[in-house]
Design a binder for this molecule. Structure first.
Ligand SMILES: CC(C)(COP(=O)(O)OP(=O)(O)OC[C@H]1O[C@@H](n2cnc3c(N)ncnc32)[C@H](O)[C@@H]1OP(=O)(O)O)[C@@H](O)C(=O)NCCC(=O)NCCS
Length: 179
């Protein structure tokens, strides 16, 4: 199954340009470098606990499961060693096959320019094209920027009744899952 995502160039609010494309196993090193560059607060917000090192086996498992079990996209810019990943977003299919869970991260020096919104918009579009019915994400209740972003994109945001420290963001995609 080829990744169902056409690369696109995006100009951010501050004029910087990024290429957004699907990620695969070959991007593991760049993803690990991007993780290393991420500040402690962004890591905490993304993983919802303090994370000092990337979980490489888990990253490999997830990348290997794509595109069948989900999709990861990244915004890249040219760098001395080829490219740098400055933002990424992914969804992983739920066990029912017609819903998915998202995650998104923007590098510290790239926040506030519309990249998080652009990545999430592209991710939602890709999930819709796949015929998925619902996208969900778990976000720390203190993560105001992400909650505002989700609400702007139309997600319904509610406190998680099972864990009051986090919110559940839900967006109906209106689709029929492709078999
Ligand atoms: C949450 C996160 C993804 C947001 O990324 P981002 O690139 O800063 O998001 P955006 O730039 O799209 O939006 C940020 C702000 O810029 C503003 N903005 C973006 N584009 C704009 C535009 N064209 N015109 C005016 N304002 C704009 C937005 O309104 C928003 O402001 P607000 O937060 O006051 O509402 C980023 O902070 C991050 O990676 N955090 C750590 C990881 C994380 O928390 N992940 C979520 C859990 S999965």
């Amino acid at each position: 199954m080829p990744p169902d995502f056409e690369p696109m160039e995006i100009t951010l609010r501050d004029g910087r340009r990024v290429l957004v494309r699907a990620l695969g196993r070959a991007d593991e090193d760049e993803l690990l470098q991007a993780f290393d560059r991420l500040g402690a607060n962004a890591r905490y917000m993304r993983f919802m606990h303090a994370v000092r090192e990337a979980n490489v086996p888990r990253l490999r498992r997830v990348l290997d499961s794509f595109p069948e079990k989900g999709l990861a996209i990244a915004a890249t810019v040219p760098a001395a060693d080829g490219i740098d990943i400055v933002g990424s977003a992914s969804f992983v299919l739920g066990s029912g096959g017609d819903d998915c869970e998202f995650a998104v991260t923007v590098a510290d020096g790239w926040a506030g320019a519309g990249l998080g919104s652009a990545l999430m918009t592209a991710l939602v579009d890709a999930a819709r094209r796949r015929g998925l019915k619902e996208m969900t994400g778990f976000v720390l209740a203190e993560n105001a920027p992400m909650l505002r972003l989700a609400i702007r994109l139309g997600f319904a945001v509610k406190r998680d009744p099972d864990d009051y420290s986090q919110c559940v963001c839900r967006l109906g995609l209106g689709g029929e899952a492709a078999s």
